[in-house]
Design a protein around this ligand. Structure first.
Ligand code: GLN
Ligand code: ZN
Length: 756
């Protein structure tokens, strides 16, 4: 029995690469030291895997920013505007990743997108008609050689040609097909060079194969690999898939001369059935993803061993591995000093998963695996209660009926009641919630956490901030005010900390993009709310003004999507539990006189299944009701807002309308406003506030451009339905630009109103 790792995290257990990179970006760390940090991390990761007996240790899974960007650079896919800067290769790479503004020029970064169904983001390769795809880089070979010099024979890994072409953006007239010969030649050149270097295997990652494929896709894939594999020499090629099953191309894969195929048995619902039904070619190695590479729970050996035995009936050469790269889990529980053992014993991060693979291998090599100490110890853990149950919460969920998911009266009637009551001007102005989290705001929170100031002092600071923020919003003439969210570290962590059932880590960071890492809370048990969370601050804000104040909450789907979920109950069950807790908060806000409540579902789209056919059955059928559960209990005159961070929701627009909020605000300023057309065409009922300016940039939009934006929206959206707001929260912005932008926004709304 052998073991394999698809990829390892790279930012460092203590985020060493993040800190080194950020210093380098600021110009205070020489490039040699950045390279040194990177080399130390690579070496540490290889050695760790070696110590744990991993047979297939990856190289080139390291990245300074993103693996797809590395692949693009390896193949010379570098748009002219970056080449024209005349920078060093590494500087050019960072210019593509982060944009460049300096004496050599001014270019924006490449577009960034979510990597399949994860919270990791990749840089979108850009291919124009003049792009010449060919092997120009050496990172793949350099890192293989670097490991070899350390005495470690690695398996180089690279994103495969199909996924590369599927995710790339073609900006000219040519499309993927036009580049097939060049891509085949480039990957062939890679294989040749690996041959010379003495690599035994090359792993090509093709996660795009787990999405819905057309006949044309399969033809493209087949053409690419027929070409590449015909010249592969002595290097063996493993095709690696993850994040789902390959139901659309299983047989096509079997028919091609791959030496190995990696299949995800954790997220791939049909993987086992496919293997059972069609068998697995005896001349190929099956890299079986049996340990969850995306979640942080310990593996239950009993189940995994049963799975491996079943797979073994159909495949002659099985290698054990993780379901996907370990990039999506934190490094190690070793650095968790505060978490009780009672929790820790159930957790396995990347390093612990290496241990698990080694243990599974050793158990499976024994004559009677079930008798081994490692097995019985693991089984003991899983047969004991994890003490996660809260019967009253489970009872509440079990007793929910259709009525709990239905807000009455219906939308049109509520809209009329609310318009009469609030008497807002047309094109009412508002913001998304947070105001700049300046250094003193963060310092106040940190001082309280450390115990350096009292709770009273901590709160007083926030109250003062809220009072200022309310006064300023009133002064510049915003219609619906917010308290500013000064008390929140993060929109999910804040609620997690205030609810029962979550646990938190100190160092369990996961890369989101580039140097940005997130530390998701862990859903440990049944979720409940023991006391009001936001009422005090919202009520205080309201007491400072006669204007309307909007309460601000995070919705259940977003809380769940940005946490590590439980595996012992369904996502639906967890979402309903969180939904009930937030529902209680909504009702408390209402009881305390808050007339407008925004429930953010920033990440609603994030866990949308990769296959269209699963959207309703696996996800939307519970995610949308979970949101409705939160607000269905309010009075007709209480106005419910929601907010989403994506402009891409044309394809789920009816589901979004079915959330039955009264108003939705969303990002639109950077998109081509296609969403506005979709809203117009589908008879969207919910009132909308498409963001009129981009908060991700410090630029101050002029009154004229804001007016233009509003007028364009008014071409498609009835004036009675349109709100005016920025496209997201303002917490990452500077104070001066924030108020200047908002003043212009209010002015633009006034001037457009005057023309109505
Ligand atoms: N209310 C949150 C804020 O303004 C929403 C953040 C988000 O959509 N990501 O910060
Ligand atoms: Zn947002």
């Amino acid at each position: 029995m052998k073991t394999s790792i698809i990829g390892y995290p790279r930012v460092g257990a203590l985020r060493e690469l993040k800190f080194a990179s950020e210093k380098y970006f600021k110009g205070v760390l020489p490039v040699e030291e950045l390279q040194q940090t990177a080399a130390q991390l690579r070496s540490a990761h290889w050695k760790l895997q070696q110590e744990n007996g991993v047979d297939f240790i990856p190289s080139n899974d390291f990245s300074f920013y993103d693996g797809l960007l590395d692949t693009a650079c390896l193949l010379g896919i570098i748009p002219q505007r970056y080449q024209a800067l005349g920078l060093s290769p590494l500087e050019t790479y960072f210019a593509m990743a982060r944009g460049y503004q300096g004496d050599k020029g001014d270019v924006k970064a490449l577009a960034m997108k979510k990597w399949f169904n994860t919270n990791y983001h990749y840089m979108v390769p850009e291919i124009d008609d003049a792009t010449s795809i060919r092997l120009t880089g050496s990172k793949l070979f350099d890192e293989f050689t670097e490991a070899k010099q350390l005495g470690i024979a690695t398996k180089p890994v690279l994103i495969g040609p199909f996924t590369l072409l599927k995710l790339a953006r073609f900006t000219g007239l040519k499309n993927a097909k036009n580049f097939v010969p060049a891509v085949i030649e480039a990957y062939t050149a890679i294989l040749n060079q690996l041959n010379t270097l003495g690599a035994a295997w090359l792993q090509l990652d093709e996660p795009a194969l787990v999405t819905d494929l057309t006949a044309e896709d399969i033809a493209l894939f087949t053409e690419l690999y027929k070409g590449i594999l015909s010249a592969k020499g002595s290097v063996k090629v493993a095709l690696q898939t993850y994040f789902g099953d390959v139901r659309d191309c299983y047989q096509a894969l079997q028919a091609l001369p791959f030496d190995g195929i990696g299949i995800d048995f954790v997220e791939g619902k049909q993987s086992l059935d496919l293997v059972r039904k069609h068998g697995f070619a005896s001349d190929k190695v099956l890299f079986a993803g049996v340990i969850n590479g995306k979640n942080i729970w310990k593996n239950q050996y009993k189940q995994t061993i049963a799975l491996v035995r079943e797979i073994g009936k159909h495949a002659s050469q099985v290698v054990l591995g993780t379901s996907c790269s370990l990039l999506h889990v934190p490094y190690t529980i070793k650095h968790e000093k505060k978490l009780p053992e009672a929790n820790k014993q159930y957790l396995a991060f990347a390093e612990e998963k290496l241990r698990e693979l080694a243990e599974l291998k050793s158990i499976l090599e024994q004559a009677s695996p079930e008798a081994s100490a490692l097995y019985t110890e693991n089984e003991k853990l899983f047969s004991a209660s994890r003490l996660t149950n809260d019967n009253s919460v489970q009872k509440r969920v079990a007793e929910l009926t259709e009525a709990d998911f239905t807000r009455l009266p219906d939308f049109a009637e509520r809209e009329a009641i609310q318009k009469a009551k609030f008497n807002l001007p047309p094109l009412p102005t508002t913001t998304i919630g947070s105001f700049p989290q300046t250094a003193d705001v963060r310092a106040n929170r940190a001082a309280f956490k450390k115990g350096n100031i009292t709770e009273e002092q901590y709160k007083q600071f926030n109250f003062d901030r809220i009072a200022e923020c309310i006064a300023q919003q009133e002064k510049i003439g915003i219609d619906v005010l917010v308290h500013g969210e000064y008390e929140r570290n993060d929109m999910v962590e804040y609620f997690g900390e205030c609810l029962d059932g979550f646990i938190f880590t100190e160092n369990a960071w996961v890369q989101s993009y580039g140097t940005r890492c997130v530390k998701p809370p862990v859903v440990w048990g049944d979720i409940s709310r023991s006391k009001p969370i936001t009422v005090e601050y919202s009520a205080f804000a309201k007491s400072r003004t006669n204007k309307l104040v909007k309460g601000m909450l995070t919705g259940p789907v977003t809380i769940l999507n940005w946490s590590f979920p439980r595996e012992d109950i369904s996502l639906k069950e967890s979402a309903l539990q969180i939904g009930l807790a937030i529902r209680d908060e909504v009702l408390d806000l209402e009881a305390n006189g808050i007339e407008i409540i925004q429930i953010d579902e920033a990440a609603l789209r994030e866990k949308l299944p990769l296959r269209h056919s699963d959207w309703q059955s696996e996800y939307l059928s519970w995610a949308i009701p979970a949101f409705r559960l939160v607000h269905s209990g309010v009075k007709p005159e209480t106005q419910i807002h929601t907010h989403m961070c994506y402009s891409q929701f044309s394809d789920i627009i009816r589901d979004i309308d079915a959330m039955d909020a009264d108003v939705i605000t969303f990002e639109a300023s950077r998109s081509d406003l296609a969403i506005i057309d979709a809203i117009n065409e589908c008879g969207f009922r919910t009132e909308v506030g498409p963001g009129v300016y981009d908060i991700h940039s410090p630029r101050i939009p002029s009154v004229d451009e804001l007016k233009q934006g509003l007028n364009r929206m008014l071409d498609k959206i009835e004036v009675s339905k349109l709100w005016v707001n920025p496209d997201c929260g303002l917490k990452t912005r500077g104070v001066t630009e924030t108020w200047a932008s908002l003043e212009n926004l209010v002015q633009a709304a006034k001037e457009v109103r005057a023309t109505l």
